[in-house]
Design a protein around this ligand. Structure first.
Ligand SMILES: Cc1cc2nc3c(=O)[nH]c(=O)nc-3n(C[C@H](O)[C@H](O)[C@H](O)COP(=O)(O)O)c2cc1C
Length: 380
């Protein structure tokens, strides 16, 4: 794919320390496997907020993607074929109706953006389309500078933009052909934020609305939760005090997340803070994790430290970029294989049996944010 599209996927914000830590922290954890007495049958399935999933791996919502023309519909089909829940971003390039038609288990994601009427309308539309849960992502702080260059996201593709983008795109004819053969010029609008009777905003139009919206209070979170009414996940929590407030606001689940290292750089890896949050609120809500999951073994480690399931972002985006729906299916199969090996080696018959006893946790690995002073800094 063109360098600018690649850059949009791999880079984290600023120095990229958080995105690196998200991945390397998983490698610091070890396994403690058995040599005999393992289980011939292993069940990798679970439920998230009452919805069944064949794997404890969900598709994390990601915004407008120029990586493949079929975008979120290809991802939804792949996830459905593998029995996996699909998180759909409100910044996605495909309408929620099309995505929900391809996968019965869609969770719709929203930011705190626009006025309350607009938010209610977006929720109602997602509900009508069949979304089974709402994901509210609240960690974003518009810190999107990247030391190695921010991606170019055009307003729309017209002749002038095409000429400007040509030097970056023409050296990648395979990628260009995947779009050209659809016979349509990619539409960079955000269809899930389209007002009734109006036009879908451009990415920057939507981003502008979001930047101008005052950040939510905890009362606003409770309001959003109540308006939705159904299963509700708060995505972006890293601190114990926030986790407790989220429980008070009535959430059903939360995802320990730093937006895949795309938000405030130097926030520690999510896997380091997961156990503190599980300990604080894990008996009241489901706790998930996202950030840095690249292998089935990473999934096993997150579950061993108390996550109900994980969400993946870049892992499926690679699959989508490489080979569309089949590429995403391949990624889910790789994760399934790696998770199954870990569950086998650790002597379990179900992912629910994974526990900290299965792991080698180095001294100083675990961190607690928002629960007093933090002595340890994240590893580089
Ligand atoms: C290109 C890109 C776009 C993203 N867009 C969104 C989004 O629209 N909504 C959201 O809640 N999270 C978004 N995220 C964050 C992901 O949902 C997820 O938290 C993150 O990718 C997990 O880290 P990983 O990529 O290491 O798996 C985005 C992440 C990436 C890489």
């Amino acid at each position: 794919m063109p360098a600018m599209v690649y850059g949009a996927l791999v880079a984290g914000s600023e120095r990229g320390r958080t995105i690196k830590d998200n991945m390397s922290a998983f490698a610091e954890l070890g396994f403690a496997p058995h040599v005999a007495g393992q289980q011939a049958q292993r069940d990798l399935s679970t439920t998230v907020m009452g919805v069944e999933t064949a794997l404890p791996v969900l598709i994390s919502p990601t915004g407008v993607q120029a990586v493949h023309p079929e975008g979120e519909v290809a991802i939804a089909r792949a996830a459905a074929n593998r029995g996996v829940i699909m998180g759909l971003s409100s910044y996605a390039s495909k309408p929620v109706e099309e995505v929900a038609a391809a996968n019965p288990n869609v969770f719709f994601q929203m930011y705190w953006s626009g006025d309350r009427d607009a938010m209610v309308q977006r929720m109602e539309r997602a509900r009508k389309a069949g979304a089974k849960a709402l994901i509210a992502t609240l960690d974003w702080s518009f810190s999107n500078g990247r030391d190695w260059g921010s991606p170019v996201i055009p307003e729309k593709i017209d002749l002038k933009t095409a000429v400007k983008l040509a030097p970056g795109v023409l050296p990648r004819p395979g990628w260009l052909w995947s779009f050209a053969k659809t016979g349509r010029i990619p539409d960079l609008s955000v269809p899930n934020l389209q007002p009734p009777g109006g036009q879908a905003p451009t990415f920057f139009g939507a981003y502008g609305e979001w930047m101008q919206t005052p950040p939510p209070t905890w009362e606003d979170v409770a309001w959003l939760r109540k308006e939705w009414g159904g299963p509700f996940m708060l995505k972006g929590v890293t601190r114990v005090d926030d986790a407790r407030k989220a429980v008070d606001a009535g959430v059903t689940a939360l995802s320990v997340s730093n937006h895949g290292g795309n938000n405030l750089d130097t926030t520690p890896a999510t896997i380091r803070v997961l156990p503190s949050i599980v300990e604080a609120v894990g008996d009241q809500v489901e706790v998930l994790l996202d950030g840095g999951v690249r292998r089935g073994g990473d999934v096993a480690k997150a579950l061993a430290l108390g996550a109900r399931a994980v969400l993946i972002g870049r892992a499926y985006l690679w699959g989508l970029a490489a080979n569309g729906q089949a590429g995403v299916e391949n990624v889910l199969d790789i994760l399934r294989g790696g998770l199954d090996s870990a569950v086998l080696g650790l002597g379990h018959s179900s992912v629910h049996e994974l526990s900290p006893e299965d792991l080698v946790i180095p001294p100083g690995f675990l961190l607690t944010l928002g629960g007093g002073a933090v002595a340890d800094a994240p590893a580089s």
